[in-house]
Design a protein around this ligand. Structure first.
Ligand code: MG
Length: 230
């Protein structure tokens, strides 16, 4: 298989979103006195539940981005029995702390730059445009990536085919010559393969029947470098 264009997902593929999110939540837990009533672990657990539910509603266009950003902290505070009126302050502070913890996934930076030397690459990400653009700047991705696609700017989220269609048009190659590197089974593996892309799934686990859906499965960027002979 010869790939003519490599797209990368951003969060938890190139950048370690999960760790940054947990660290940002621990920081707000330490920052606001009223969190003393609950443990940081409890805050993280409740936030995850609330946030994933809100993202699911957002992906179905049942809540707006503004509602998502409000609800995820307001409902977390409510659920924890804390003063939910402070959601805005907590949310803003969280975003500041979250940014301080952004970093590459182990091995991803080296692999990414090796791949950039040999292939045209793009970034295709869900997430808030404002936040994702800041990541592109912080990690100098605008220079190395020929295309950057943020689902919010397309109007629908991965795995919606419109996102992949838009990204394919920008890449200027046929769908089956694109390799997508991503960590989400639903958004990346299913979304990408349904559109005719090849998908390299970055995952630690995954049942065998899920592995079969992807063209390549890896848990170490050295394996991706080997696949692409870089
Ligand atoms: Mg991801």
């Amino acid at each position: 298989m010869s790939y003519e264009f490599i797209y990368f997902d951003l969060d938890d593929t190139l950048l370690d979103h999960k760790s940054a999110e947990a660290a940002g939540l621990k920081d707000i837990h330490a920052h606001f006195d009223f969190f003393d009533e609950v443990s940081a672990e409890k805050l993280i657990n409740v936030y995850h539940q609330v946030n994933s539910r809100q993202w699911s509603l957002y992906s179905q266009a049942k809540v707006s981005r503004e509602e998502l950003q409000r609800n995820r902290f307001e409902l977390t505070l409510k659920e924890l029995g804390l003063n939910s009126a402070r959601y805005e302050e907590v949310g803003n502070q969280y975003m500041q702390f979250y940014r301080n913890h952004w970093q590459w996934i182990d091995g991803a930076k080296e692999a990414f730059y090796k791949i950039v030397e040999k292939y045209p690459v793009g970034i295709l990400t869900n997430g808030f445009a404002e936040t994702q653009r800041k990541k592109f700047e912080a990690f100098d991705l605008y220079h190395s990536a020929e295309t950057t696609v943020i689902s919010e700017e397309v109007g629908v989220l991965k795995p919606h085919p419109d996102v992949f269609n838009h990204a394919t048009e920008l890449a200027g190659v046929d769908s089956d010559n694109i390799l997508y590197v991503g960590d989400s089974f639903g958004s990346d593996v299913i979304g990408g393969t349904k559109f005719g892309w090849n998908v390299a799934w970055f995952t630690e686990n995954g049942e065998p029947e899920k592995h079969e859906k992807a063209h390549f499965v890896f848990n170490d960027f050295i394996k991706l470098k080997n696949l692409l002979k870089v």
